[in-house]
Ligand binder design. Structure first.
Ligand SMILES: Nc1ncnc2c1ncn2[C@@H]1O[C@H](COP(=O)(O)OP(=O)(O)O)[C@@H](O)[C@H]1O
Ligand SMILES: [Mg+2]
Length: 527
């Protein structure tokens, strides 16, 4: 007894045909047409997939129904259930979402794929997978869903997250809560921007442009004195994003953990103000102060694709601006020259965040090519390609990050000329206070499933207090920078190593012997 021989089974390689085009279960997973469910998960091996089919067949009432419906079920295909939250029918019909994508209970396909392997939407309240083209119809039938933009804090709408979803046992225990998930639940993570309730009305034009909500930011010290900075929150499923761009949108809980970013300098407000006014900000500060990370955090907040170009002295104009390629025309056999856009013209035509890291480290011609897009004018003229004009999308936020050129540790970095700096707005970033650093360390370790002890965090903070003056560029004796990256690396390795060993592997063994013994001297004094 197994689904294998059942007439209702649509083999994996045939799912893409006919009406089932919108179903994406991943490689090798069959579809049960009668129940509308996947017969396994793509990360299962063939033995496990066989087992799933046996288990399903044992409890199936459609067995061998000879008339294959082969019809895409909009719902009814339960793959799991919600636990730990009370789900009730909607109290007020006005709260109904028009489309499941506006519902507080929807898990986006990107997230579903990351967790379970299936490239479909998941209704967390009902535990059902939903193809994108069924989201409107499903919302009309549903009496549970709640429109995210209508939720007020006092309404008591239950907050449901992936942790409330339990997959059916047949899909394997791999998806049961893991220690890492348990650790994550303790985090002071920022709320998912996909659930952000708009701070002002979203009009039809916004929606057409892909904007799902607006986030209003107030001046941190004088909220009444200044105008609100408005950042867009895009709908990651907007059809204007290509799949490639969509994959670049940072997701809560991904490897870089954008939700754990601590905005201790209110950069979202200050840099957001510049960006939405069409100015080009540059973050200036020592290595490891979170300059690059901020731009990723911005992209996450706005649910925009994140692109980063790291300029080095070997960066070539052709990579970032473009080049002519000579190819042979397949029909005529003649050589034809074709212009291929580089990374900047490629990126700036669509909404997103583009971080250009260390523009001052590149060869002169690279800086010269970047210069025109620093200007608030909204276009890039490609002299190299017969003056082709590339228009910048109004929501392609362009920001820079640099180490300060006055800092001797970054010698070799050419000063940007005054004209460049005049075109930009600058913001000096510095290391956070130790309480913030403490939170960041604890959060990152938790996210890796490591409950770091207070003593270990204390030791790293103490070491930092000793090291910072010694690494100060103007009067310190050490030539490296002890930034968040080194602290996090050290903290994470204290899971398996002593503090001494951790500092060595995070940084010290990379240094010259004099500096190494100096830093290890500091480590010894705090032990
Ligand atoms: N404010 C912050 N909140 C959370 N993590 C941070 C923050 N700043 C830095 N980090 C962590 O430190 C690492 C280094 O930051 P990064 O942005 O690469 O620094 P920079 O670009 O200034 O050299 C990041 O990967 C991130 O994990
Ligand atoms: Mg950086």
């Amino acid at each position: 007894m197994s689904c294998e021989t059942c007439l209702q089974r649509v083999p994996a390689d045939q799912i893409g045909d006919r009406i089932l085009k919108t179903i994406d279960y991943g490689d090798g997973v069959d579809y049960c047409a009668a129940r509308g469910i996947p017969l396994g998960r793509p990360d299962m091996d063939s033995t496990q997939l066989t087992e799933v089919k046996v288990k399903f067949a044992e409890s199936c009432s459609f067995k061998d129904d000879p008339t294959p419906p082969y019809k895409l079920k909009a719902s009814g295909g339960k793959v799991g259930r919600a636990v730990g939250v009370e789900i009730a029918n909607r109290s007020d019909p006005k709260l109904a979402p028009r489309d499941c994508r506006q519902c507080v209970y929807l898990m986006q396909p990107t997230e579903v794929r990351r967790r379970y392997g299936w490239g479909l939407n998941l209704c967390m309240a009902k535990g059902e997978l939903l193809p994108t083209n069924k989201l409107k119809g499903e919302a009309t039938r549903c009496n549970i869903g709640i429109d995210a933009s209508s939720v007020e804090p006092e309404m008591g709408v239950p907050v449901m997250t992936h942790e409330n979803v339990r997959l059916l046992g047949v899909y394997g225990t791999a998806t049961e809560v893991t220690p890492v998930d348990a650790a994550r639940s303790r985090l002071s993570a920022l709320p998912d921007p996909r659930l952000h309730v708009s701070d002002k009305p979203v009009d039809a034009e916004d929606q057409e442009q892909g904007i799902r909500a607006w986030r209003g930011l107030k001046h941190p010290d004088f909220p009444e004195l200044f105008e609100t900075v408005w950042l867009p929150v895009y709908d990651p499923e907007w059809s204007g994003f290509s799949d490639k761009e969509r994959r670049k949108i940072p997701v809560s809980g991904d490897d870089t953990h954008p939700e754990l970013y601590a905005d201790y300098q209110n950069l979202l407000y200050y840099i957001g103000a510049d960006l939405t006014s069409g100015l080009s900000p540059v973050l200036v500060g020592p290595a490891g102060t979170g300059k690059t990370e901020f731009y990723r955090f911005l992209a996450w907040t706005c649910q925009l694709p994140f692109d980063r170009i790291s300029v080095t002295n070997s960066t070539e104009l052709a990579d970032i601006i473009g080049k002519h390629l000579v190819t042979v025309d397949a029909v005529s056999g003649e050589a034809v020259t074709e212009w291929v856009n580089g990374r900047i013209p490629e990126a700036i035509q669509t909404p997103g965040v583009l971080c250009i890291d260390e523009p001052n480290l590149g060869p002169k011609d690279v800086m010269e090519a970047i210069r025109p897009i620093i200007d608030s004018n909204k276009q890039l003229v490609l002299d190299q390609d017969r003056g082709q004009i590339i228009m910048r999308h109004w929501h392609r936020f362009l920001g820079f990050a640099m180490n300060p050129s006055w800092d001797y540790r970054y010698q070799g970095t050419s000063d940007m000329n005054e004209a460049d700096l005049n075109r930009m707005t600058s913001f000096a970033v510095d290391f956070p206070q130790s309480e913030v650093e403490r939170d960041i360390i604890i959060n990152f370790c938790n996210a890796q499933g490591y409950a770091i002890s207070n003593e270990r965090v204390d030791a790293i903070i103490k070491l930092t207090e000793d090291l910072r003056p010694a690494t100060d560029p103007t009067n310190g004796t050490l030539s490296f920078s002890w930034g968040m990256r080194s602290m996090l690396k050290t903290a994470l390795s204290t899971r398996y190593k002593t503090l001494e060993e951790s500092v060595r592997s995070a940084l010290a063994d990379n240094l010259d012997p004099t500096e190494r013994s100096q830093i290890m001297g500091y480590v010894k004094t705090i032990l």
